[in-house]
Structures are given as structure tokens and as C-alpha cells.
Ligand binder design. Structure first.
Ligand SMILES: [Zn+2]
Length: 225
């Protein structure tokens, strides 16, 4: 088993030179063998085993199944669960979500690099309520956040993956419909409801105020290229 280490961003070149590998799923640097681990231990702390969280009381695991484009209102970009819980809790959640799905994408069944995706319900009263967390492969995640993928030049990859998962379903027509829904969602600011995270006993850091989210989203997008 590769051993994960707390490597500060500024040390990543040093870790790489030492033989560490980046684990894109856990988002940590790992030592692939005991020799590299021994060298890394002199500089960095081992990431302790975490207790995965698999049970989110109140979660609806049947909500929003299948592959579809689900555009997050612009005012809520980058102000998701990951930013509302402590980093260790996010790790526990993302490990648990993946484990309970049998280390597979819950949309298409693929393995490989898996990410945790949030499914939201948009209520008429202006509440954006977190319904479930889903283990998804990167291509399914990119299709789901198609607006962001477009900005990153990934349209062709998305269309190809769509055709594999939803054969015979017109992608362009689906995207058009998704953007129409998005337009209507963009007309208001949303109040996030993260109750299922709180029900799991996790402390929710106060989400960024709706009025400030737009600026956070723009800054994050600009910094990530
Ligand atoms: Zn998938």
C-alpha cells in the first residue's frame, strides 16, 4: 500500500525528485515503496488513517441518477461542500463515498480516478439543498459540469463520453435545455442547505455569503486557468 504524506504545495518538486507519486484521487503525495517512504518520513508527516464517512442521515441516494448536464448557478461556483467542511472531514467524506460505491463511478460503472460529486435540489423558496454525494469518474464529472468543461476546452471529450453512456440521446439538444434551466437558476442567489453533512456529525464552516460568492467564483476560475 502506498503511504500518503502531508507535503506542502511548495515542497512538491522535492517530493517528486525523491520518488513520491501524486495520487489524484486522494489529492496527496504518496510513497510507492518503503525506501521512498523512509526518505519522506525525514521531511514530512504521514497522513493518518482516516475513518471514512459512508452514512449521511437524510441523504436520498436515488436522487438524480444517470448522466446529465447539471449546471451549478454562477453565484454558487466553488462554494461547495469541499469549502464548507474542514479538509480532514472532506477526506473522510470523499474516501467514504468512493468506498460505499465499490470504488466505481455510480453513473457509468468505470473505475480509475474517482471524484465526489454533489447532487442538489433547487427549491422554489430559494434553498439549494444537498440531496446526495455521488462517486463519479472524471469524464462523467466533466459532462455534469459542462459549462466549466467548455471554458476548459473539453467539449469534444464530453460529447464522446456522453455518446458512450447515453447512446442515441442528442447531446446538443440536452445541453441547450440544461443552459435554459441554468439561466433561470442564475436569476437569484441561493441559500445552501447542507443538513445531510451536519447530520453526519460534521462541523459546517459557514458558507461564503451569497453576495460574496460571485467574486470567489471569478477569482478561483481565473487562478485555475
Ligand atoms: Zn462515469
Amino acid at each position: 500500500m502506498p503511504i500518503p504524506f502531508h507535503v506542502p504545495f511548495a515542497d512538491k518538486a522535492a517530493a517528486k525528485a525523491m520518488g513520491a507519486r501524486w495520487n489524484p484521487t486522494l489529492k496527496v503525495w504518496v510513497a510507492p515503496d518503503p525506501e521512498v517512504a523512509a526518505a519522506m518520513r525525514l521531511q514530512w508527516r504521514v497522513v493518518q488513517e482516516v475513518e471514512p464517512i459512508t452514512d449521511l442521515p437524510g441523504e436520498d441516494r436515488a436522487f438524480g441518477s444517470g448522466l446529465f448536464v447539471d449546471l451549478i448557478p454562477r453565484s454558487c461556483w466553488f462554494t461547495n461542500v469541499r469549502y464548507c467542511v474542514a479538509p480532514e472531514d472532506w477526506t473522510r467524506l470523499s474516501v467514504g463515498i468512493r468506498q460505499r460505491a465499490g470504488n466505481r463511478c455510480e453513473i457509468c460503472g468505470d473505475g480509475g480516478v474517482l471524484e465526489a460529486h454533489e447532487r442538489w435540489d433547487y427549491r422554489p423558496d430559494g434553498t439549494q439543498i444537498l440531496k446526495r454525494l455521488v462517486s463519479v469518474c472524471r469524464p462523467c464529472h466533466q459532462v455534469t459540469h459542462f459549462g466549466l468543461s467548455q471554458l476548459r476546452g473539453l467539449e469534444d471529450e464530453c460529447a464522446k463520453h456522453w455518446a458512450r453512456v447515453n447512446p442515441g440521446v442528442d447531446f446538443d439538444a440536452h445541453v441547450e435545455q440544461a443552459f435554459a434551466i441554468w439561466d433561470s437558476r442564475n436569476r437569484r442567489d441561493w441559500v445552501l442547505d447542507l443538513s445531510i453533512i451536519g447530520n453526519a456529525g460534521l462541523h459546517i464552516v459557514k458558507p461564503v455569503a451569497a453576495s460574496e460568492r460571485r467574486a470567489v467564483a471569478e477569482r478561483t476560475l481565473r487562478d485555475s486557468g
